[in-house]
Design a protein around this ligand. Sequence first.
Ligand code: FAD
Ligand code: NAG
Ligand code: NAG
Ligand code: NAG
Length: 457
Amino acid sequence: MSLSVILRTSVFLLCLNIIFIGTSDGLSLPETSSYACVIGGGYSGLAVSRYLKQHGVNFTVFEAAPEVGGTWRFDPHVGVDDDGVPVFTSQYRYLRVNTPRQTMEFGDYPFPDTTPAYPSGTCFYKYLKSFVKKFDLMTNIQVRSLVTAVTWAGDHWKLTYIKTDDRQNHTVLCDYVVVANGQYVLPVIPMFPGLETFQGSIIHSHDYKAPEPYTGRRVLLVGAGASGLDLSTQLHNITEKLVHSHHLKYNQPKFADQYVKKPDIQGFVTNGVFFQDGSFEEVDDIIFATGYEFYHPFLDETSGLTRAGKYVMPLYQHIVNMRRPTMTFIGVVNRVITKVMDSQAAYIASLIAGKFQLPSEQEMLDAWFDHAYKYKVAKEINTVGPEMDQYFAKLSKEAGITRNPPVLTHIRDFNAKNRLDDLFNYRDYDYEIIDSHTYKRWYNGGGKGEVCPVEAS
Ligand SMILES: Cc1cc2nc3c(=O)[nH]c(=O)nc-3n(C[C@H](O)[C@H](O)[C@H](O)COP(=O)(O)OP(=O)(O)OC[C@H]3O[C@@H](n4cnc5c(N)ncnc54)[C@H](O)[C@@H]3O)c2cc1C
Ligand SMILES: *[C@@H]1O[C@H](CO)[C@@H](O)[C@H](O)[C@H]1NC(C)=O
Ligand SMILES: *[C@@H]1O[C@H](CO)[C@@H](O)[C@H](O)[C@H]1NC(C)=O
Ligand SMILES: *[C@@H]1O[C@H](CO)[C@@H](O)[C@H](O)[C@H]1NC(C)=O
């Protein structure tokens, strides 16, 4: 480790120590007969609803949109919907999941066996709806309820939401708050010189709905994360030219002739873009697939948390607000499979139902610092990625919940690599879990994108 890294690290950790001076007053948890408020009715909010219901906890889910489903619900609006509510979903046409469904299923609620490993986004949405029906969750879900403020009021939380149909504000008192409002809701576009002078259209992949509007156009696509790669496969053969700026090293598939790979961007002019190798391309449209930041605009300083776009801290087990342990989070974690959200949900419901006790604040802090020392930079504080299997084990041991087996981490790791090796065809395979360490994978002939044996609800 270089001296500068050590210095930066020490300064960072010193700052954290300062943050932690002053102790929390929220460590004793309320009675189990209490009321829990869940923010968001996407996969995570639905997952926790099921477990809360099974534990007999009284709770309400506040969902801003007219329907549950979060990012898996397609919404044709861009910006705000007909109720004036921000469109949080990033779903687009022809999307298929990019991780085998086995890494995304709710506990004890698998897809029907004949479902392909990579169903469409529409199919995943159908699956979420069937889950809601199966566990009768709608009775506890209040839609068109946009949470605008959550403040600590001494021994409970005050949660304010706006009913988006009649624009009335309401306040409820909650013993527990579960924050499950999604991690892909606030898109980020980096600053580039001259971007404001560019005359064509500019969107973030969050607002991308379908490839068709780009037919016959010259498009700049920026980024090669999950979204950037997926959009490259949708756009390479319908655009007049697809200029793809990124620095990912991967096995680039055989794109159509109009595909051009470019390095990072230097800057923009009215009709095009300069790259760092000095080259220039004229383009009509720009799509920034440049990622997201954490977004909790309804929290204020009374939460006791330190937050920025890339981190929320200190969270015990990436879940519990250590300063006020009656506030928990689902999905404030980087580089995990969706099933992690299901485990976090089970952990939270078990905590709220009084099935286990948190350690002392000092012990939680120690555990947190162990993680912080290992990951060092603030933007990695919420990373679980390489330790996902240990994370499943820890949650299960502490909360007495079902442990997700190592095989899921093996599948995650293989899939992540295989997507980069075989971008066009990695979804043409099915998977079967054999036991807690092994799985089987075989070619299914391709073309399974439309198959969805999930029963409509
Ligand atoms: C395009 C895309 C593709 C993806 N594909 C995969 C994949 O293939 N495999 C995989 O494992 N993961 C994938 N993911 C990750 C995905 O985020 C998770 O699968 C899962 O949807 C996370 O669920 P969530 O409930 O945490 O968040 P979301 O699905 O975002 O749900 C959050 C909910 O909270 C609501 N909400 C937000 N703010 C408020 C508020 N203030 N008040 C009330 N309600 C609010 C929103 O309306 C939304 O319904 C993908 C993500 C994106 C964006
Ligand atoms: C659940 O809690 C709410 C809010 O405190 C309360 O109004 C309601 O009566 C409770 N329901 C039950 C079944 O206890
Ligand atoms: C609701 O609260 C917001 C502030 O959060 C305020 O701007 C708005 O006027 C309120 N609406 C009504 C109908 O009271
Ligand atoms: C474009 O390429 C994709 C694979 O990336 C393929 O599925 C699709 O059918 C092609 N579309 C056209 C119009 O050729």
